[in-house]
Ligand binder design. Structure first.
Ligand SMILES: *Cc1c(COP(=O)(O)O)cnc(C)c1O
Length: 450
């Protein structure tokens, strides 16, 4: 595709970059004679931290104004609140926006806490070792935070690491085939209490077949949870229909809520719709999971809300909530994940095509020592989100290429020692930007050629 064709594609698939604050050469502190300081960067790093929607700043300032104007009274009296919820219920208007993003009923989602702490809280209540079924199946290259959660979970229950079963990407493969996961589930079905995978693998960009894996494990009486950090806002999800038991995600990646902002959980309705003080699975609980009518009576009786909200422990950060609310409204105004996914698939396919045309492209099954890069992500568009992960060879090359891209204000994500992750995000990236990223990548590789 030529640059002109890119421009045609960009007319066909609109980009909403104007709605976001995009860093510039100047704001990034990159000095060069080649570009004017106000030239925008090319930001391909939404897999790590999404850009800030411009509407977030005024929304946050309104809450600071409410705090300064009325202090504690804003919990119940918040007349100029644009989302029509006083602080005591500030997160509730998020539910109808969050539910479609993950394919859930409104009663199955909650905005709360942070990813790892939510994952820990859900693991503690859903991991129910019984008889021989005491082990957890997950992947060998899991995100470290998730690994720490699993190890410490089994230790909390008095077991050791032998209770963790990890599946590894086979030698000379770059990702994990679904069939391997199903085989492992079947082989260990008598000893597994829990299966927990990422929706999209952070390092390789592989999108797992959530539906197939979930059904397969559940047919074998195993609880199934998902870490959706890289999947939420990136690919369409149908957690309710797929009968996922629980899931957790952060919202600062593809949901653009801001660094460390409030995360989210899914708990299938079958676990909460009969919630009553007597019929209630023990969990990490707090006053915000309690019936709102009773909450401020300060009683010593816990009357859980009959929804995923019963997993909330604390009152949420209002600043976080309005930030996520603002970005979710933008996401829906631009058609939601289903619409954006169409552009996303086209754009990532285009990125892949451009990479495959590079003289430095190395095939996935070529294992000879070589100069260039290999794509680790599945080539099939149904097995990935927007991200492609590039492994640079030989060692030491990735840092140089990363530096070259950065000099040109191309913001990507490096995973030492050798991987760069490129994430063209449909909300704020364009086909033309893909064209430039690959052009600069080729220039860099040419420059550092031995
Ligand atoms: C981003 C990410 C995290 C980060 O966890 P926090 O609790 O938000 O710091 C954890 N796990 C996975 C798989 C991630 O991609």
């Amino acid at each position: 595709m030529s640059k002109q064709l890119c421009q045609t594609k960009d007319t066909q698939f609109p980009c909403h970059q104007d709605e976001f604050a995009v860093p510039t050469f100047e704001s990034l502190g990159i000095q060069t004679a080649k570009f004017s300081p106000t030239t925008p960067s090319i930001y391909f790093c939404g897999n790590s931290l999404g850009l800030m929607p411009k509407d977030v700043k005024p929304a946050v300032i309104r809450e600071l104004d409410a705090w300064s104007a009325r202090g504690v009274e804003s919990h119940f009296n918040h007349p100029d609140e644009p989302v029509a919820a006083p602080w005591v219920d500030v997160d509730l208007p998020l539910l109808p926006l969050l539910a479609p993003v993950v394919g859930a009923l409104e009663s199955e989602v909650a905005a709360m806490g942070t990813l790892t702490s939510n994952l820990n809280a859900l693991l503690v209540s859903f991991y129910k070792p019984k008889g021989h079924k005491t082990k957890i199946l997950f992947e060998k290259q899991a995100f470290p935070s998730d690994y720490y959660a699993f190890v410490n979970l089994v230790k909390l229950f008095g077991y050791d690491e032998s209770h963790l079963i990890q599946i590894e990407v086979p030698q000379n493969h770059t990702y994990l085939k679904t069939s391997l996961i199903l085989e492992a589930i079947d082989a260990h079905k008598h000893e597994l209490a829990l299966v927990c995978f990422p929706g999209i693998q952070y390092y390789t960009g592989q999108l797992f077949d959530i539906e197939t894996i979930t059904r397969y494990a559940k047919q074998r009486d195993i609880v199934v949870g998902w870490d959706l950090a890289h999947a939420v806002g990136n690919v369409p999800l149908k957690l309710h229909d797929w009968e996922v038991d629980f899931a957790a995600w952060c919202s600062y990646k593809y949901l653009n809520s801001g660094p460390g902002a409030i995360a989210g959980i899914f708990v299938h309705e079958k676990y909460t719709k009969d919630n009553s003080p007597d019929n209630f699975a023990p969990r990490l609980a707090g006053w915000w999971g309690n019936n709102g009518q009773e909450r401020f009576k300060m009683l010593e009786s816990f009357d859980p809300i009959k929804s995923a909200l019963s997993y909330r422990q604390s009152n949420p950060s209002v600043i976080d909530v309005v930030s996520l609310h603002t970005s979710l409204k933008l996401l829906h105004a631009k058609g939601g994940v289903d619409t954006l996914r169409v552009k996303s698939v086209e754009m990532t396919n285009y990125l892949l095509e451009q990479l495959q045309q590079s003289e430095f492209y190395i095939d996935q099954d070529d294992h000879k020592p070589n100069y260039g890069f290999q794509v680790l992500t599945p080539l099939n568009e149904h097995e990935r989100g927007c991200q492609l992960s590039l492994l640079f060879k030989p060692d030491g090359l990735m840092d140089k290429v990363f530096g070259y891209l950065h000099e040109h204000a191309i913001i990507v994500d490096e995973r030492r020692p050798s991987v760069i992750r490129l994430a063209p995000v449909p909300l704020y990236n364009t086909f033309e930007q893909v064209y430039y990223v690959v052009k600069r990548l080729n220039e860099g590789l040419d420059k550092f050629k031995p």
